[in-house]
Write a protein that binds this ligand. Structure first.
Ligand code: ATP
Ligand code: MG
Length: 157
């Protein structure tokens, strides 16, 4: 279905705000205007739930999570940046594989199966987008994905 992405993303974040651990802060960085994307809302919600849950799960006390949408002309670039433990450079691609969990000892106590990002990758690619991550160990992680923009409505005059 045709969805205005920025409004939809705000709604997803609002839902997280209602049930947020006290020590976490969500910051929004959204463009002005309306950006129409062709997507399956339920599937995109699964993608965002996975990525935002990870950011919360791997955030330290007092951590800030920046949720950003950028207009890149033919697509939107969405990013979720945290200030958590980070992911080692040589594991940045592996975290998108099924059942892969970086640093077993550290993540075991946090729970999870290692499927979240693998599913997110499948779903983003089904929407003709790409997904990747950047990270600095001890500083934080940013997960990015893109979504093709639909032809924008022309302004009336
Ligand atoms: P699940 O999502 O299935 O509950 P999970 O969170 O362990 O389990 P993924 O979401 O696929 O699995 O993430 C894979 C691994 O990547 C994680 O186990 C963790 O080691 C690492 N990871 C993912 N997101 C972050 C993040 N924001 N900061 C640090 N490490 C991360
Ligand atoms: Mg996860």
């Amino acid at each position: 279905e045709r969805v205005e992405f920025v409004g939809y993303f705000h709604q997803v974040i609002d839902r997280f705000e209602m049930n947020l651990p006290e020590h976490i802060k969500l910051l929004r960085d959204m463009p002005k205007g309306q950006y129409e994307v062709w997507m399956d809302k339920d599937k995109m919600t699964q993608v965002l739930d996975n990525i935002i849950s990870n950011a919360i799960k791997y955030s330290p006390e007092g951590g800030e999570i920046r949720l950003k949408v950028e207009n890149r002309r033919h697509h939107l670039q969405v990013s979720i940046q945290d200030q958590g433990m980070g992911i080692a450079y040589d594991k940045l691609e592996k975290v998108f594989e099924r059942f892969y969990r970086a640093d077993k000892a550290r993540t075991r106590k946090l729970g999870g199966t290692g499927l979240g990002l693998a599913i997110s990758k499948e779903l983003v690619e089904a929407h003709h987008g790409q997904i990747w991550a950047k990270s600095k160990e001890g500083k934080g992680t940013t997960v990015f994905f893109t979504l093709p923009l639909m032809n924008q409505k022309r302004r009336g005059r």
